[in-house]
Design a protein around this ligand. Sequence first.
Ligand code: ADP
Ligand code: MG
Ligand code: MG
Length: 870
Amino acid sequence: TKYVYLFQEGDANMRELLGGKGANLAEMSKLGMPVPNGFTITTEACNKYYEDGETINEEIQAQIMEYLGKLEAETGKKFGDAQNPLLVSVRSGARASMPGMMDTILNLGINDVVAKTIADKSQNPRFAYDSYRRFIQMFADVVKGLSKKRFEEIIDEVKVQRGIKDDLELTAEDMMTLVERFKEFYQAELHESFPTDPKTQMMEAIEAVFKSWNNERAIYYRRMNDIPSSWGTAVNVQMMVFGNMGEDCGTGVAFTRSPATGENKLFGEFLMNAQGEDVVAGVRTPQSIDQLKEVSPTAYEQFVDICSKLEHHYKNMQDMEFTIEGGKLFMLQTRNGKRTAQAALKIACDMVDEGLINEEEALLMVEPQQLDALLHPMFDPEALKKATAITSALPASPGAGSGQIVFTADEAKEEADSGKKVILVRLETSPEDIEGMAVSEGILTVRGGMTSHAAVVARGMGACCVSGAGDIEMHEEEGYFVVGGKRYNRGDWISIDGSTGNVYGEKIETVPAEISGNFERFMSWADKARTLKIRTNADTPRDARQAVEFGAEGIGLVRTEHMFFEGDKIKAIREMIVAKTDEQMQAALNKLEPMQQKDFEGIYEAMEGRPVTIRYLDPPLHEFVPTDPEDIKELAKEMNISYDELAQVISGLHEVNPMMGHRGSRLDVSNPGIAHMQTAAVIKAAINVNKAHPDWNIEPEIMLPLIGDLKELQYVKKMVTETADQIIAEAGVELTYHVGTMIEVPRAALLADELAQEAEFFSFGTNDLTQLTFGFSRDDAGKFLPEYYDAKIYENDPFARLDQKGVGKLIEMAVTLGRQTRPDIKLGICGEHGGDPSSIEFANKLGLSYVSCSPYRVPIARLAAAQAAI
Ligand code: ADP
Ligand code: MG
Ligand code: MG
């Protein structure tokens, strides 16, 4: 097997093998752009490394050495050479870009001899020893896991001794001191001396990159982004170019368009006399890319030209990294840039207008999940007018966030777990903070630019972020910060506006988002492209209207029990539960019926004639009564019965395993009155609304839950049809109605051909079907699934992403069997999976008629359905 490729042997199509970074470096070389030479060790080598019990086998090692030889020949430099030494970077690069998730080592190949050579040849000893000490730091951190902090402390000690403040004031001698001190520290901590042989350094670095594929933050990032662990990472070994060699050197990052707004304008930052991560790490505040025109005009012109070529070549907004050495430009990376949802839509629409891409390509350019960010609240404009900003910084990721101050990612997690809204305030975030960032309402950083870690990650997550708020004086350890002379403590409320960069020292109310413009246009393309219909799960007219506004074409699931919790209905249902005689039971149902009817009328009105599937009462009855003795006492008084009587009824409802207990259609089999009442309410509501709006022509869709047998279905369906037919006859109207079933018990999927004799439609209740297929409940699985992820048994939560392999097989079987009996049977999915893009793709593949999801997921589902169809 070929495990190593020179850059000129690869291209952009080889991303599975070479990783995104490697494939794009190869592509840029192929396009004749200035890319330092190098080679890529494949993702297959990474997988082999794990297969072989975490060792790089001899075959791979030999190939790496062979390619190192080729690189030496190409560059005319040699590893460890006293005349013309080669230094390289060792960079990770997976198939999907995982910014900042894995580790990079620069200046590899340096040792005492090489450092001296570089110092002499460049006549710049400061540069030589600065590179050397950086290498020791990175190597110790990435390969040996020594904390970066200790090295920073050593630097600070030297600065104090020398009475200086800024790193830039460190002299060549200081750098040499640092090198020695670093090596001593390394030796003391690890009981081995720092490796002087460049080949040893390289092999260890390569292995560290392989290992970093399984570090905690990489695993977390993969789970958040549905990246399988089987992909592995590639490793790029590339000749170093130096941005830290003097004032005609520098390093920077740039986007071909604004990643925040999508504006078609080069957008980026750079630092002169700096290396690698300096720009994103926020140690010094970088300059805007426009200023490069003055600082290094030739490099700037060339860079602008390359940007435009790359964007046309990839037909997508590019995010690039470059370095300038002695006035000469080198490209170090390009990839499709991460962007906010607003930017994504603007760029997609603009590129269609520019003739660069067509509508279908535009649809594929936007991640469905991202649309979510557009649908979420913004600050109430009125409240915002009254608020005064306490400081203003970079609008790094749009959105509005209001919450209580926390200073660490751990605190953020703790407070958020306890239900608080928090804003994470940091000097600068690092990849370790990612989980804390994910649970925060927003992120505020003191340092760092628009391309800092916090900004990039926040944009990816759709979280709002304000960065580079340099006016803030942090006292993280003491738990407060000061700005404008005022002190803000841990737990105080602040608000940040990621669209303007303003920070407010108070809580500000938010209002729902407005959708228009690019969104409408873009979504209309999606609607043209898709074949799958999108319905919503809604239980109230308000949710229903919201969903229609987001583009829902019907309701796939009305959970009738949700209505029971409101106002007087809960009283009536409790009366039904405690009823001892048929008369009492009937009296309670008689109270419920008109209330239900009104609920359904409200929903029919809101949906204006769009189809609505109403599911009958589903949960076990104990959910409607209290368990706390105090509450029971109160309720008994309210219901005018004795405490003991009520307590007895309630304890009688107790079930060992309610999820598999007396619920769903089982309730109707034992209490037919419930099905009769719900049917009367549905049919009367439809008749009434049809009277008021004859053109809507509502045909009620009645769905029976948790059915597992044909006779059971027949038994309950008969209750429905008897009541419905009688009411329709009495009303003297024409009304077509449909009766269907949920498929959510595995037995129903197995016997779907039989069920289809009676069911006019199936709706896959994938939540229950998943828990019953796996045999673990949704409410308990959270306790042990993390260990399953760690052990790589399951890679993600089957309740969030449909298990196509197992549960999907049941669905597929039910689809086939159902169609055998009833070729035109209507098929849909309701449940959380209805809004998950990969599950939607699966539904599309099976040729289902619709998916149904919560209102805020409707736009996501529309786009995912379009992408599935393209
Ligand atoms: P990440 O994936 O975290 O962005 P990279 O592998 O891109 O990590 O490396 C980070 C930075 O290191 C780059 O942006 C670049 O500035 C610097 N770098 C990497 N390789 C080289 C090289 N061969 N010469 C000079 N700088 C390099
Ligand atoms: Mg990079
Ligand atoms: Mg269910």
